[in-house]
Design a protein around this ligand. Structure first.
Ligand code: ATP
Length: 920
């Protein structure tokens, strides 16, 4: 099939379909689709530069750390110390394996997340429309495109309704291209001119269409260039970059200390060979080997935990940035509310119909409120409902379980269909009777949509008011009332159009505001006779000189869990903002209800347009509700908030929201209602569209950052202790070499490898969401970390030295009890340190040992491994150890408790400090 690729454009639709063995009415059948999937493979681009497991394992051996160790092993071999060589090699392998397993897990976790982010495509298969993953598309599939979709494969268009596609990804041209279906005359046109094709990776910015898949995966135009594209390196998070620097600085420090040890040793007359080996392992002891692996794993597992709470992370740095979010700017509909609209009020000149009685107050209406029975509608109410059903892309599908009709599509439109059905105006029959011949789709700038229909003879009863329309076509418009009034010239009153005077405008605006003030979304309905078929007319030409027919008010209740989430935000020093396309009063009602509004002030998009940058900066500081905003306002708000130093999470679902999502620190897209384009632009996708999920993700983000800090603090303090022991032993103990290289490596493996991993799995602390966000400028070591590392390092180091001194007799040799005591005391002290470091401020007693079970398990393993080394004869010899008497072991374990207690005292002191002085 690829050979024919150039011909897709010059053949007519029927020929292309015949060639592909497809039929737009039925689509492919499942078995054919399956066999084509086998033949052509999944529709995905092969990733360039993806790291296979072998490469990943190989990389473990190329880190500076491992190279130093390998050097040490080789040197030992030359020095005639085969045991050391074997042992160091074994430890290198262990480290490499540990690093590999952790990184592999992290990579798998991220790959799984990526799979979830593949777009879903609407296709026709076996005669019905269904949603499948874009990966499963095969040539011949019939695909439906709508605004906001990413084009999922290379397609030949078979239907285009104002379809416009932005092809910058392929052609570099950012202006969207109008698409059509007719065969093109010339073959071999450049991509940008193939107007009846849609290419993978491009974006539908307007209209809708149907198309047949002609190429998938690497056979697509994008696939062809994908091979040429540079592989995108996985983005390192700021923290990873910072820790990389820390690692490098420590490596330099390690080298300096190593040279010091070497020089001191040689000056004291130690054999050069021994000292050389010791120096190398001191260098290794300084560097926290586990750091990169623990950080990668903590971030990746954190992303998985976020997914379990319905937040899908698309970019790893987001995991970390989430922890410092200071503002959540959220859409209203669907994120703060449940997005289940119900029409409750219909208001036309002279009549008001309350559908369910759920409106909080009877609206005043355009005129006097009159209760009407549901069945026999006054003609204008029926007309309003008919407009709502016709200018509408949703549908009603029977639910096999309840037997009721459920709306499918945009909830606003679904609600209108349900209402018209309840009122006895069969929407399906109406649509069949008035075929749609043109349309101007909804967009969030105009905030309305229009469809053009051919009028049948005779007119259905709901459209009787239109019987005097002399044209064969009529346009129906529904949308935001304020905008609609601006383009209306008449209002429908008692069966005729009367001029829309100022008095009328005022009455309609008042009715609109009254409904909105009760939290309702209000849509106006209007119509206009059009003489000729206006299928291709631009929206501006179609939407003018309308006759206003009436208002529909619908409610969309807040999500029950959001109120609590908003309160949590506020406790956590995060300011929630509402940014909505809806009416200011609707916005304020919902914001009040949820506790978002502090002062009830609302600004509209128009207000924002009028403000200077300075004024805007002030407004943004004070106002939490923004209504009637268009996507470009979102962009302005994000930029302004960021300029003020805020870290902004912003939600968005439409195509036009993509720039704001990209600009935000955390762009948040909607998993259910969001367009592909918004998801592509986002850092995080809410699987359930729920505001509360953002708050959960922020909590996880804070936990992850805390855990990484915990690990850094634990690991570096421990290493400071070990280095002190190595440096000061000649002076304070009398022994030249406090610990042998192997013993040091073993300790690092236990602490960084096992205990460190346990710290990375610490669950949320109680006060995680009760303190202000971490400042993005704050360094990793701010908030007392340096002080803690210093004193804990000194404590551990001097305690170990004291033990050494107590057990050392002049003339003792290496491997004696004194050395085993230093070795074992260090192991136990680091266990105590790890347990006490689990919480920044709370005592271990109050959080309980069992609140981090993996840690408990890892502590047990560490103890068992340490005891094995001390008491299994073969290992003794290997590590040069003397088995300890029980009371000596008790001394070492006691020192572990001392360190634990000391850190607990530090936390107790921290808890007693006033709130403001605690660490952020
Ligand atoms: P939020 O930003 O809070 O999620 P939203 O995204 O629902 O709000 P839009 O969808 O941009 O906001 O809607 C803005 C306005 O456009 C609504 O207040 C309504 O008046 C109008 N509107 C919404 N949906 C439709 C529709 N399907 N047809 C016509 N007009 C609509």
């Amino acid at each position: 099939m690829p050979d024919e690729a150039q011909n897709w454009t010059t053949q007519d639709v029927a020929t292309v379909l015949r060639y592909l063995g497809s039929d737009p009415e039925t689509g492919l059948d499942s078995s054919e689709a399956r066999s084509r999937l086998q033949r052509y493979g999944p529709n995905e681009l092969q990733e360039q530069g993806g790291r296979g497991p072998l490469l990943m394992l190989g990389e473990q051996f190329s880190s500076t750390m491992v190279l130093i160790l390998i050097g040490a092993a080789v040197i030992s071999a030359f020095l005639g110390k085969p045991t050391e060589t074997v042992a160091i090699t074994a430890i290198v392998l262990l480290f490499a394996l540990l690093g590999f397993v952790q990184e592999y897990r992290a990579e798998r976790a991220m790959a799984a997340l990526k799979q979830l982010a593949v777009p879903v495509v609407r296709v026709r298969r076996d005669g019905s429309v269904r949603e499948i993953s874009a990966r499963e598309l095969v040539p011949g599939d019939i695909v439906y495109l709508e605004t906001g979709n990413l084009v999922p494969a290379d397609l030949r268009l078979i239907e285009s309704v104002n379809l416009r596609i932005q092809e910058a990804a392929l052609t570099g041209e950012s202006e969207p291209v109008d698409k059509e279906t007719a065969a093109l005359q010339k073959a071999d046109l450049p991509l940008a001119e193939r107007r009846n094709m849609a290419y993978m990776g491009t974006v539908v910015t307007y209209g809708r269409g149907t198309a047949v898949v002609v190429a998938t995966g690497m056979e697509t135009e994008l696939g062809r260039i994908a091979e040429l594209l540079q592989a995108v390196a996985p983005e390192a998070t700021p923290l990873q970059r910072r820790l990389d620097q820390v690692g490098k600085a420590l490596a330099v420090l390690g080298a300096v200390v190593a040279v010091l040890v070497l020089v001191i040793g040689v000056l004291r007359g130690e054999p050069l060979n021994d000292m050389f080996l010791t120096a190398v392992s001191v260098a290794v002891a300084v560097v926290p080997e586990g750091l990169p692996a623990v950080v990668t794993v903590t971030l990746a597992l954190g992303a998985q935990r976020m997914l379990a709470r319905n937040a899908l992370i698309r970019k790893l740095p987001a995991v970390e940035t989430l922890g410092s979010v200071t503002i959540i700017a959220s859409d209203k509909t669907g994120t703060l509310t449940i997005n289940r609209m119900t029409v409750t009020v219909i208001d036309v000149a002279g009549h008001t119909l309350e559908l369910t009685g759920t409106a909080q107050r009877p609206p005043s209406g355009l005129a006097r409120p009159v209760e009407e029975p549901l069945v026999e509608q006054p003609p204008t109410i029926a007309l309003v409902l008919a407009v709502g059903a016709l200018a509408n892309d949703a549908s009603l599908q029977p639910d096999p379980e309840s037997g009721r009709y459920l709306p499918v599509g945009d909830p606003t439109e679904g609600a209108l269909l349900v209402a018209s059905r309840q009122a006895g105006i069969g929407p399906d029959a109406l649509r069949a009777a008035l075929p749609r011949v043109g349309e101007a789709p909804f967009d969030s700038e105009r905030k309305r949509m229009t469809t053009v229909h051919r009028l049948p003879e005779p007119l259905p009863s709901s459209l009787q008011p239109l019987q005097n329309v002399a044209t064969p076509f009529v346009a129906f418009t529904k949308g935001a009332v304020d905008g609609l009034l601006q383009i209306s010239t008449h209002v429908w009153e008692d069966g005729r159009a009367v001029p829309l005077t100022d008095a009328w405008r005022e009455r309609i605006e008042r009715a609109n505001e009254q409904l909105a003030a009760n939290g309702m979304r209000v849509l106006g309905m209007a119509f206009r006779a059009v003489p000729v078929e206006k299928a291709e007319e631009p929206a501006e030409a179609l939407e003018q000189a309308l006759t206003f027919a009436g208002l529909v008010g619908m409610i969309d209740p807040p999500r029950p869990e959001v109120k609590e989430a908003v309160a949590t935000c506020k406790r956590a020093g995060i300011r929630p903002l509402m940014i909505t396309g809806d009416h200011p009063l609707t916005a304020r009602f919902i914001a009040d209800d949820l506790g978002i509004a502090t002062n009830g002030r609302v600004k509209t998009g128009q207000d924002l347009d009028r403000l200077s940058p300075v004024e805007l900066a002030q407004v943004v500081g004070e106002v939490s509700i923004y209504a009637r905003v268009a996507p470009e306002h979102k962009l302005r708000l994000v930029e302004d908030l960021r300029a003020q130093g805020h870290v902004v999470a912003m939600t968005g679902d439409g195509v036009n929201d993509a720039p704001a999502l990209k600009r935000a620190d955390i762009g948040v897209a909607m998993g259910i209602t969001g367009t592909d384009v918004s998801k592509e632009a986002a850092d995080m996708v809410l699987v359930d569209d729920n505001f509360a999920t953002i708050v959960s993700a922020i909590e996880e983000g804070r936990v992850i950052y805390d855990n990484i800090r915990r690990f850094v603090k634990f690991s570096i303090a421990g290493n400071v202790g070990k280095v002190l022991v190595m440096l000061l032993a000649p002076v304070l103990v009398g022994a030249n070499v406090a610990l042998l290289p192997l013993q040091l490596l073993w300790l690092n493996l236990l602490t960084d490898g096992l205990l460190g991993l346990g710290l990375g799995m610490e669950p949320a602390e109680r006060e995680t969401m009760q303190r202000p966000p971490r400042s993005p400028q704050a360094g990793l070591f701010d908030g007392g970390l340096r002080r803690h590392i210093a004193w804990v390092g000194v404590l551990i180091g001097f305690a170990a030295l004291a033990v050494g001194r107590a057990y050392y007799e002049p003339g003792d040799v290496e491997g004696g009890t004194w050395q085993t005591m230093i070795f074992t005391a260090l192991a136990f002290m680091q266990i105590g340190q790890a347990l006490a470091s689990r919480s920044t401020e709370s005592s271990l007693l109050s959080i309980g040992l069992r609140s981090n079970r993996p840690m408990l398990f890892l502590v047990l393993i560490t103890i068992i491994l340490q005891l094995l080394v001390i008491y299994v004869p073969f290992l003794d010899a290997f590590f040069n150890i003397t088995p300890l008497a029980l009371q000596d072991l008790g001394v070492a374990a006691f020192l572990g408790l001392v360190v634990l207690a000391a850190i607990e005292v530090e936390k107790w002191l921290l808890r007693r400090r006033p709130q403001g002085e605690r660490r952020g």
